[in-house]
Design a protein around this ligand. Structure first.
Ligand SMILES: NC(=O)c1ccc[n+]([C@@H]2O[C@H](COP(=O)([O-])OP(=O)(O)OC[C@H]3O[C@@H](n4cnc5c(N)ncnc54)[C@H](O)[C@@H]3O)[C@@H](O)[C@H]2O)c1
Length: 306
């Protein structure tokens, strides 16, 4: 067990935040505060921890945080992580994805207290990559306001670190799936993880809608592998101030995925703009520096959930 820390998770009631909470409750003895404004999150995701005296929940936005002094690590997950809606309500997404995050930097500077900030970034920053698999050195090609906003905060971290002793790690997630990726109360569900959507459709006996010809490939990574990457970033003994890809390191096309889940109930619909043709992580860096490796593959997960 690690030394006791007090850590903060923003966006704790979301898909990845609630899985990170599960992971940290199981794997550490840390005291955990979680905040969430419940804009897309769901209290049910963290219900099972609300009585745990190591965990406290506050229903608030990042911008309502007045001090970061109690914390030695901040896992920043709060965001509106939806590609298509970010084209329409630009400012709402800009606020959630960037302004709320820069508030954390301002607090650090004001208090001269620099807890390690582990930022949930996105592989959306690579757009349609030129290198397959894609290393962290790939050029940036944001295809949506969401991708740009997520990437912009990465740049803020780098810029502010030239002047202040910021300690950060950016984790560029590829395509997460797992428990709670589909939230029935979330009106943005049409844009959430395709794995969760397809499994939900199969459960209801509904047709799986495949966009375009389904040849677009994704690197699906299990949410508990993301949680582990967050944990390893938090306990790394030295300041890193860098970014890591977090993907499984293999791809599956959307059509292959649909066939694995519900082979006889598939319909093709129009391709959506702003989405990459392929995501495929080169994970050499995170394996080498954080000693991270992924667990189960998407195919195993689907077999287990058949
Ligand atoms: N799910 C993915 O496919 C994916 C891929 C790459 C990166 N990410 C990143 O991972 C993080 C978590 O994503 P997720 O899939 O769990 O999404 P989610 O929508 O399930 O969780 C985000 C949580 O943040 C909360 N939130 C939003 N704005 C807030 C604010 N201002 N203050 C406090 N809470 C706020 C929401 O209520 C929600 O509970 C995000 O930063 C996202 O950009 C997700």
């Amino acid at each position: 067990m690690e030394k006791e820390k007090h850590i903060l998770i923003t966006g704790v009631a979301g898909f990845i935040g609630s899985n990170l909470l599960d992971y940290l409750i199981d794997e550490t003895n840390w005291k955990i505060t979680g905040i969430d404004n419940l804009s897309t999150g769901n209290l049910q995701n963290i219900q099972h921890h609300l009585q745990n005296n190591r965990f406290s929940f506050e229903n608030k936005s990042c911008k309502d945080l007045l001090s970061l002094k109690p914390y030695s690590v901040i896992f920043h997950l709060a965001a509106l992580p939806r590609i298509q809606p970010s084209f329409n309500s630009i400012n709402e997404h800009l606020n959630a994805n960037l302004i709320q995050a820069t508030h954390l930097l301002e607090l650090m500077i004001k208090e001269q207290h620099y807890p390690r900030l582990i930022y949930s970034g996105s592989s959306a920053a690579y757009g349609t990559p030129t290198q397959i698999p894609t290393p962290e050195t790939e050029r940036i090609d944001c295809l949506s306001p969401y991708a740009f906003q997520k990437y912009e905060f990465e740049k803020y971290l780098e810029l502010i670190a030239t002047r202040y002793p910021i300690d950060f790690v950016t984790l560029r997630y590829f395509n997460p799936y797992g428990n709670r990726s589909f939230n029935p109360k979330n009106s943005f569900n049409a844009y959430s993880s395709v794995v969760g959507i397809f499994l939900n459709k199969r459960e209801k006996g509904e047709v799986l809608l495949v966009t375009g010809d389904g040849s677009q490939k994704r690197d699906f990574v299990h949410v508990l592998d993301l949680a582990k990457a967050n944990y390893l970033s938090a306990i790394h003994p030295v300041k890193l101030n860098t970014m890591f890809n977090v993907g499984f390191g293999e791809t599956l096309s959307i059509l292959e995925l649909a066939k694995l889940i519900s082979p006889n109930n598939i319909k093709f619909i129009d391709k959506r703009e702003g989405e990459a043709d392929i995501t495929f992580a080169d994970t050499t860096k995170i394996k080498k520096i954080l000693n991270w490796k992924p667990g189960k593959s998407i195919k195993t997960y689907i077999k287990e959930n058949a």
